[in-house]
Design a protein around this ligand. Sequence first.
Ligand code: UDP
Ligand code: MN
Length: 240
Amino acid sequence: EEPMIYFITPTYPRREQVAELTRLGQTLMHVPNLHWIVADDNRLCNAMVMELLKKFGIPFTHISSPMPEMYRKASTVPRGVANRRAALHWIQANVKHGVLYFGDDDNTFDLRLFNEIRSTRKVSMFPVGLIGDYGVSSPVIKDGKVIGFYDSWPAKRTFPVDMAGFAVNIDFFLKHPEASMPYKAGYEEDHFLKSLNISLDDIEPKADGCTQVLVWHTQTTKRPAPTVKIHKQSGTSLKE
Ligand code: UDP
Ligand code: MN
């Protein structure tokens, strides 16, 4: 039987959220043997998100884990960490086999990506498009092995890759109960991968030896905060 893909999506309330999750959900509807873990950066599971998730017909788990207040105030905020960590804990408590993958709600996925990551035995890696100044971030391959990384922000990282650029086998993940993602903006991937205790030799290059881009780090333009006043109406609690 084909291994199940546990697709972890951190998400948070903002005006673009329903649009992002609709596009992503309608991509995931095409993928067999996939379980969607939607990890809400919220005190409680957002009822609107829950109603949306039910409509896709995709097996899903909706969990909530808000970013601790102290990190929200940091100069560089570790986005989506509390909720990804909660998803990892959920996997540790509920799953035995499969493959886990971090798919942000605003990224773009080629359906061929899922065929690639499903056979991950330890950790697989592949290029991500629209990252940083180089426009792509990718492992560098020689003779079928990862020998380094091409990324415009190395930042002394051992594994300078994007969150969308790797997948992890769950049997392998469960063998590393200490594995964790830090609240350290920019270093989440690197620390998580290091906590799995891997070397370059363990990494399985996918996407035709890392020559194909099957996932893009697309970003939706955020509308700036409104400059118009929202007027107080009688009988409502709207503030001026
Ligand atoms: N995210 C979150 N809480 C936040 C900000 C972002 O859960 O306060 C999620 C977001 O929905 C996305 C992921 O974390 O799935 C990465 O955030 P974003 O896309 O804003 O960051 P990027 O890496 O694109 O700069
Ligand atoms: Mn993003």
